[in-house]
Design a protein around this ligand. Structure first.
Ligand code: TXA
Ligand code: MG
Length: 342
């Protein structure tokens, strides 16, 4: 584990970054912060490195990885053809929390793309992520650095909790920024389509690309998602999570019911409402309802915190689908495995 201050000048020449980059060049896997969540990086050109990523995470091998680049030159090494709309999105949102699906070239490990003819690429904005990719001068495949199925890590401690002993190291640059993963957009279709809502909102995409579709599976759970990773249960704490759209009163009623059944009950709420659930055993807040970016920032940390308790069930408030709220509700619905108490 290497500690680093993301604000120092000339990060690329810091010894911690150099060590991490050297390990990546030797096809080892190293976790590092990005502006969304912590990623588990490996050389995207090496089958050996990619194999280590899947193994450390316990990730199903049909779920392709995102390749991270530090320059447009690196992008052109791995993508054969960049459609006009993709270029507009790159100009507007890179570096940043936007992943673009593009046709790939032959250089990459075929394991990275799980045999697909397309590749997911993003250029991260976080100075530590950028410095590591620049220092090793390789395209870096990096899924979120959690055990498959667990909430994504927003702190180095989360990475160590899940992957300690299974990876070569973690660069600790403090809390990740956005808190939920990047938006994944398929740019091989017209109009472009959101496969996973994330750090760049639909409204922001529309302002640049005009028409933006959404993968039908995002609103209809019985449809097969185009992004293989979206079909798995994900982000789930140990106790079952139930979404409760009915507001405070409905949650209070359900807490009372659970207590009558002798259950230990947890509530996931926000600063505004945290005093409303005195009957619950555990109340955990994720930011302020009034500021959905704060909810996104703390969401995974809050979900993980329930695993330090002994609750039998978790009742969660819901959030408006606007802006970053769409990504928050997508992750919460997955954490709940679709369980909603109306
Ligand atoms: O914010 C993020 O994107 C983080 C940080 C570390 O960059 N990474 C991340 O990676 O969330 P991961 O592997 O946890 O999620 C990648 C998602 C999965 O749902 C995967 O199925 C999808 O992207 N994906 C990757 N390649 C794809 C492709 N060629 N076509 C469709 N979906 C793809
Ligand atoms: Mg993930």
């Amino acid at each position: 584990q290497w500690q680093i201050d993301k604000n120092v000048d000339n990060l690329t020449s810091c010894p911690q970054i150099k060590e991490a980059a050297d390990l990546l060049k030797k096809n080892e896997v190293v976790a590092f912060p990005t502006e969304t969540v912590y990623g588990l990086g490996g050389n995207a050109l090496s089958d050996e490195a990619i194999e280590k990523i899947y193994k450390a995470k316990g990730r199903p091998s049909d779920n392709p990885l995102i390749v991270h680049v530090a320059s447009l030159q690196q992008l052109h090494q791995i993508c054969s053809d960049i459609p006009g709309t993709a270029q507009k999105l790159i100009d507007a949102f890179w570096p940043g929390p936007l992943t673009i699906i593009l046709p790939k070239t032959g250089q990459l490990s075929t394991r990275v793309t799980a045999g697909l003819s397309t590749v997911a690429v993003r250029m991260p904005e976080h100075p530590v992520a950028h410095a590591i990719i620049e220092a090793c001068n390789l395209p870096i495949a990096a899924p979120s650095a959690n055990s498959s199925g667990r909430p994504s890590p927003t702190l180095a401690a989360h990475v160590l909790h899940d992957l300690s002993g299974k990876i070569a190291g973690v660069v600790d640059g403090g809390a990740a920024g956005v808190g939920v993963e990047s938006t994944v957009v398929d740019c091989t279709v017209e109009p472009i389509a959101i496969l996973r809502p994330g750090g760049v909102t639909r409204e922001q995409l529309e302002a640049v690309a005009g028409s933006v579709a959404a993968d039908p599976s995002l609103s209809q759970p019985d449809k097969a998602p185009k992004s293989p990773g979206m079909k798995y249960q994900h982000y789930a704490p140990q106790a079952p999570v139930y979404l409760v759209p009915g507001g405070k009163e409905k949650i209070q009623e359900l807490v009372k019911q659970a207590k009558n059944d002798n259950k230990q009950v947890g509530v996931l709420t926000t600063e505004e409402n945290k005093h409303a659930y005195s009957m619950a055993d555990i109340v955990i807040t994720c930011g302020q309802r009034e500021d959905l970016t704060s909810v996104a920032h703390f969401l995974f940390e809050s979900l993980r915190a329930f695993d330090e308790t002994h609750v039998d069930l978790i009742l969660s408030e819901t959030f408006p689908m606007q802006g970053i709220g769409a990504a928050v509700m997508n992750r919460l619905s997955k954490a709940a495995g679709g369980k909603i108490l109306e």
